[in-house]
Design a protein around this ligand. Sequence first.
Ligand code: TRP
Ligand code: SF4
Length: 402
Amino acid sequence: MSSAANARVLSGMRPTGRLHLGHYHGVLKNWVALQHEYDCFFFVADWHALTTHYEDPSLIPQSVHEMVIDWLAAGVDPAAAKVFIQSQVPEHAEFHLLLSMITPLGWLERVPSYKDQQEKLKERDLSTYGFLGYPLLQSADILIYKAGLVPVGEDQVAHVELTREVARRFNHLYGRETGFEEKAAEAMNKMGKKNAKLYEGYRKGYQEQGDLEALAAARALLEGQQNLALTDRERLFGYLEGGGLIILPEPRPLLTKASKMPGLDGQKMSKSYNNCLSLRETPAEIERKLRTMPTDTNRVRRTDPGDPARCPVWQFHEVYSNDQVKAWAQEGCKSAGIGCIECKRPVIDAVLQELKPIQERAAEYEAQPDLVRKVIAEGCEAARVTARETMAEVRRVMSLGY
Ligand code: TRP
Ligand code: SF4
């Protein structure tokens, strides 16, 4: 951690409409856990959707609404986390523009997803300015809240890395206020003699000997200074490392482990594979899909022994069953002691039980679209407060403070 603001978590999702169990196990459960530990900002990246779907944006609004219902149904709590829509906080766009001034083209052209996605989505023309800027817009999303942690999957790590470089460049260019050294000295005095001396010692240790433990100790010391104003603290973080004021702290990715949630065919659960269980599918439909999902193809007759390693149902057991049930399935499959429908029973029950509270909450929100809109409006308002603060500071250091 390099500043107090690092207790902030931010993540976004492009609007994809209704979510499935893969989203729940891969992303949402993690968000729900984080919201009680950190100051969380979760938003719908509708502008990011436009970078690829600019030709037909008409479905985006409904998609946003449905997705937010699923977030709330999964347990994202608007009293604990700010839930909002990117385009409703236009400060992101202003910041994106300003960051574009200092971002070398090569940095964007080298982001792996740029060429990958152009290859993958061949049917779309992605040789646009907006698409090239996709990761920089994401940097603006992150930096405008000075988020310290960004929960993302593997495919987004390069975007967080770019964000770190952009932040470093920004701080380097605009963090040099006049009289920085004097201001740092004043800030140091505010910590009291004893702490100031400690800090100076650590700073020397780091700058003269490259002592990383001293660096960590100094950071921890600053972290614990309750009575330092935020700017003073940031000055001292900057002074510590030999730079100027750290205006934009560098975020770190919080890598979400690849979800173990398989699809009905054993491949990764994904809309494009048509192997999903949506969070809001009816229990009867869930039951039907699981009952008819494929099993070990070598097990043609009930009397043929099977091999769980070749069966997608087994992967569901790995997610949902305890050791006892797993041992029962292994044994029963290999000895042909149980049939496949029997083997699926505990999985079906576990999925239905997991979805029950989610579906109950979803039904409440479906019945009250105005409530959903209110949650979003309040989240946007709260996000804007923070975004505006950062932008005031950014305009000032970029000589736009008219
Ligand atoms: N690009 C992300 C995705 O496709 C979505 C996103 C946009 C995002 N802005 C973000 C994620 C900021 C984390 C932080 O999943
Ligand atoms: Fe798959 Fe279970 Fe049937 Fe074995 S018994 S093939 S693990 S469904």
